[in-house]
Write a protein that binds this ligand. Structure first.
Ligand code: GDP
Ligand code: IMO
Ligand code: MG
Length: 466
């Protein structure tokens, strides 16, 4: 039987526009099922449909399509508070989660995970959602799973869960108070809250691997939705400045329980680069310290306008202003934490690494419209490390931090929003895309020119790999 499944992975530091591409593909190509396989509500995937914006964190990006099964796989870590809040927000907007299935093998993010992450995560710049501590407990076999909370009859297993919760919570309270000098959690109160929350999602819990394999055997089309991106992957990212899960093809297999390797593997690549939080970032435009300011949450969109003098200074080489230009044009402020996002030119060395790690067969290039009207663009094509020129992504962050970017200049282009075919793009935009394909030896098949569901171009192959 033809393998009709497709993988979507972030090929940079996350926030590449995965949610938008998943939602668009589900609509255009009639997928039957969308599966999240890694991460938790540290992710923030945005869908814009009919002028409405839906920020999703834990729930797969196929949820707006009632006929599509949306699966939270075993490799995802589930915060009951986050899950129920997200289901509630969707319900108030008329979106039902009756098509949601949650793996009984997925681990639960518990209150202590969030306290510990909030306390220790600052050095990495984590989202403080408890993700790392939860995966730690999974690896050390102390974790609580969705299946501990909800049994095979989709009933809340009060007795079993309470026993396990009390046992772990008691150990964790000792760690919180004695090791970190933090107040203890109120065990019984927290337990009752989790048991209450479970009532609201218990009917979604099942063996999702069995479900996926059944759908597969029925010839259904499955879309795997990665969270984060290759450079945040636990093994292949900029360790230790990474997340705690596998954001690549490997994570898709272990985190979904579906043994079929998706034959179409799409890397989502933003037309420039961004990074949230700490860690080395060759080619960052400007100084991270200067934008390490309090959250912009609730302050509304930031104006994209710079003065003519500022633009001149940016084009003359002021990287701080150029970074700001891209940040404003792309509205690069984290939807999960509200933090300003670090910006740079597209780093092709890093993306090539992602292509190789996940065996990507094509690229979806997003946010091309953000670069419109910047007269001169750059592509990062190599790193200079002392006297060595590198075109492979270093594994050691000390080396990465030393690397200086080597750029190729590209001619800028005017508006691309509204373009519906590759032919309608300005010639310099076409050249920009062709250079990306040539460097990566991978075709760019989808070009996104706006946040809306329909705002993208499907391009035929212009560069065959190899
Ligand atoms: P994800 O985590 O990879 O799903 O990406 P996010 O949703 O965190 O961030 C991408 C942001 O860019 C969201 O606000 C999207 O609505 C927006 N977006 C996606 N594609 C495009 C595009 O082609 N152009 C513009 N201007 N915005 C886009
Ligand atoms: P999506 O799926 C961008 C970053 C955090 C931090 C590091 C570790 O929306 O692309 P964690 O809380 O995971 O332990 O934080 O990873 N990070 C993301 N950055 N997009 C994401 O997800 C991210 N998920 C985690 O900012 O630097
Ligand atoms: Mg995001």
């Amino acid at each position: 039987m033809k393998n009709a499944s497709t993988l979507i992975v972030g090929a940079q530091f996350g926030d590449e526009g995965k949610g938008k591409i998943v939602d668009s593909l589900v609509q255009d190509e009639k997928f039957d099922c969308v599966v999240r396989y890694n991460g938790g509500n540290n992710a923030g995937h945005t869908i814009v449909s009919d002028g409405n914006t839906y920020p999703l964190h834990l729930i797969p990006s196929g949820i707006l399509h009632p006929r599509v099964s949306n699966v939270i796989g075993a490799g995802v870590v589930v915060d009951p508070h986050g899950l129920v809040a997200e289901m509630g927000t969707l319900a108030t907007r008329g979106v039902s989660c009756s098509n949601l299935c949650i793996s009984d093998r997925a681990h639960l993010v518990m209150p202590w995970h969030k306290v510990i992450d909030g306390h220790l995560g600052k050095a990495i710049g984590t989202t403080a959602r408890g993700i790392g501590p939860c995966y730690e407990d999974r690896a050390s076999r102390r974790g609580l799973r969705v299946g501990d909370l909800v049994n095979e009859n989709q009933k809340v297993d009060r007795d079993h869960f309470s026993e396990r919760f009390r046992e772990v919570a008691t150990q964790k309270n000792r760690i919180l108070t004695r090791l970190y000098d933090l107040p203890p959690l109120k065990v019984e109160e927290e337990l009752e809250t989790v048991l209450g929350l479970a009532e609201q999602f218990r009917e979604a819990v099942c063996d999702t691997a069995e479900l996926l394999n059944r759908l597969k055997n029925q010839g259904k089309k499955i879309l795997f939705e990665g969270a984060q991106g290759c450079l945040l992957d636990l093994d292949w990212g900029t360790y230790p400045y990474v997340t705690s899960s596998s954001a690549t093809l490997a994570g898709c297999l272990s985190g979904s329980g579906s043994a079929h390797i998706p034959e179409r593997r799409i890397g989502i690549v933003k037309a420039y680069s961004t990074r949230v939080g700490e860690g080395p970032y060759p080619g960052e435009l400007g100084d991270y310290e200067a934008i390490r300011v309090p959250s912009m949450r609730g302050k509304g969109p930031v104006s994209a306008d710079l003065t003519d003098e500022q633009k001149q200074a940016a084009l003359a080489g002021d990287d701080q202003i150029m970074g700001n230009w891209i940040r404003r044009a792309g509205q690069e402020y984290s939807m999960t934490t509200g933090r300003p996002i670090r910006c740079g030119w597209l780093d092709l060395v890093a993306v090539k690494h992602a292509v190789e790690v996940s065996g990507l067969t094509e690229i979806a290039l997003t946010k091309l419209d953000v670069l419109a009207n910047i007269p001169k663009l750059k592509l990062l094509t190599a790193y200079q490390d002392k006297e060595k020129t590198l075109t492979t992504f270093p594994s050691r962050i000390a080396q990465l931090a030393r690397c200086k970017p080597i750029y190729e200049e590209q001619e800028g282009f005017g508006e691309v929003r509204g373009a519906e075919t590759f032919a309608q793009l300005p010639n310099p935009a076409k050249s920009y895309i062709k250079r990306i394909e040539e460097y990566l030896q991978t075709p760019v098949r989808i070009i996104s020119v706006g946040p809306g569901r329909a705002e993208h171009i499907i391009k035929e192959r212009s560069c065959d790999p190899g």
